[in-house]
Design a protein around this ligand. Structure first.
Ligand code: HAM
Length: 439
């Protein structure tokens, strides 16, 4: 006998069921609306890419690339192995995407988008994969909505408009108990010098730091600034700040960005420790933190990545963008109680007697054509049981259709909340439901 086995979703992944999925659709739909009003177009990207693409862009020393990617050989199983005697080709590794900025930069190059007029403004949404320790707000398959601007200009107005778009979207979905943090982490001219200054300072306080930060002094000193270890906080607060080590161009860019944000009425806080966990950033970095989410409270992260396209073998190009964490954002909206209630079921067609069934099928189709959500029971049921089910399903109306109604070409419409009942002709029924919907 085969073993009985219950399958469950893999740790760190989950199912989004109705009615929650309606909230997800509303959230994503609103993002599309807002982003398209800023003239962004959607790019649909592959879920997996060459591992090297992420290693190069996000950086081999980052947590994401060094330990969190789901990586597998691309050719296993469905390509012929090399014939005898020939040298075996090295196995090409591919990874489930941990983020999508690298893919957007890859696509920009692959499709020659530098030849397009103006800046290239793209948005994407979908699942990302990181082998992180699952907890509230942190999953191994999670969802992002991201937007990227690539092109020749690095005008601070682009950064500011991207942030404005983000906050307009957050406001529209009711995600307002948030703080926007911004920083500039310099560019290839000034950052290496700052990193050396920081490394020297860190060497002097090495024994006051934990093992992770000690290791990062060598591999990536900027990441020490990200540390949440309580004992390290007073030490970190005294470290040299990048803000005082920016070159003139970066300082001017940051200062103009802040002016642009003020012009747009965008409130923000500067946070010199905001260095982000991905290597491609230059100059502007930012994050949005939402209240009430516990430790996984970043609902959006982003920044500028001038030079990433070139690093991937493309033409010189500037870039800036962000990615919103959909899971966390929706969690936050739900917890604040501001999420809209899904429309749900409008009409339940309670037909009785097999003679009324053809009329029930026909009117159901007609009501659905008008955009209403309608449930038609597939089997005959006793009247009481049928209305009981209409109630349990949360229908607003039961449309009662028995042999009497069929004979008199009328419908009985019962409002389930107060049992108010009306007899209507088909034309009146359609008109009544339409006017109810508009209310
Ligand atoms: P990120 O900060 O790694 O940036 O991710 C952006 C957002 O994705 C986070 O703020 C968080 O809300 C969500 N997120 C990340 N990991 C998880 C997880 N394990 N579970 C749930 N949510 C998660 C990026 O991915 C960059 N590509 C953003 C960007 C776009 N920068 C420039 N352009």
């Amino acid at each position: 006998m085969t073993e009985r086995r219950q399958f469950r979703a893999i740790k760190g992944t989950r199912d989004i069921l109705p009615p929650d999925s309606a909230r997800w659709n509303w959230f994503e739909h609103t993002a599309r609306e807002v982003f398209e009003s800023y003239n962004f177009g959607e790019i649909r990207l592959p879920i997996f890419e060459q591992t090297d693409l992420f290693a190069r862009s996000v950086g081999t020393d980052t947590d994401i690339v060094s330990k969190e990617m789901f990586t597998f050989p691309a050719s296993q199983g469905f390509e012929k192995s090399a014939p005898n005697g020939e040298e075996q080709q090295p196995v090409e590794l591919v990874s489930l995407r941990p983020e999508a900025t690298a893919s957007v930069a890859r696509a920009y190059i692959e499709h020659n988008m530098q030849a397009l007029p103006g800046n290239v403004k793209l948005y994407y949404l979908g699942p990302m994969f990181r082998r992180e320790r699952p907890q509230k707000g942190r999953y191994r398959q999670f969802y992002q909505i991201g937007a990227e601007v690539l092109g020749q200009s690095d005008a601070p107005a682009i950064d500011a408009e991207v942030l404005e778009m983000l906050l307009v979207f957050f406001k529209r979905v009711g995600l307002t108990r948030t703080t926007l943090y911004v920083n500039s982490i310099g560019d290839k001219n000034c950052r290496p010098q700052y990193v050396e200054v920081l490394r020297e300072a860190l060497q002097k306080v090495k024994d006051k730091l934990g093992p992770d930060s000690q290791r990062r002094i060598e591999t990536n000193p900027l990441r020490v600034l990200d540390s949440k270890v309580p004992d390290e906080q007073p030490v970190i607060e005294k470290l040299p700040r990048i803000t005082n080590h920016l070159c003139d161009d970066c300082r001017a860019h940051f200062s103009r960005l802040k002016d642009e944000l003020t012009l747009r009425g965008i409130q923000f806080e500067e946070n010199w420790r905001l260095v982000r966990g991905l290597d491609y950033y230059t100059r502007t970095t930012f994050e949005v933190i939402a209240e009430g989410l516990g430790s996984q409270n970043a609902v959006c992260g982003g920044g500028r990545y001038d030079g990433l396209v070139e690093l991937l073998g493309g033409p010189p190009a500037k870039g800036i963008g962000f990615a919103i964490g959909t899971d966390r954002s929706i969690l936050s909206i739900e917890e604040s109680g501001s999420a809209p209630k899904p429309d749900g079921l409008s009409v339940y067609v309670a037909w009785m007697g097999i003679a009324s069934y053809p009329a029930a099928v026909r009117i159901t189709r007609k009501l659905r054509d008008t955009g209403l959500t309608v449930e038609l029971p597939p089997e005959e049921m006793k009247f009481k049981k049928s209305l009981g089910l209409a109630d349990k399903l949360g229908a607003r109306y039961a449309l009662i259709l028995g042999e009497d109604e069929v004979a008199s070409h009328t419908y009985t419409l019962k409002r389930l909340a107060d049992a108010d009942q009306k007899k209507l002709t088909e034309a009146d029924l359609l008109e009544y439901l339409e006017s109810e919907r508009r209310r």
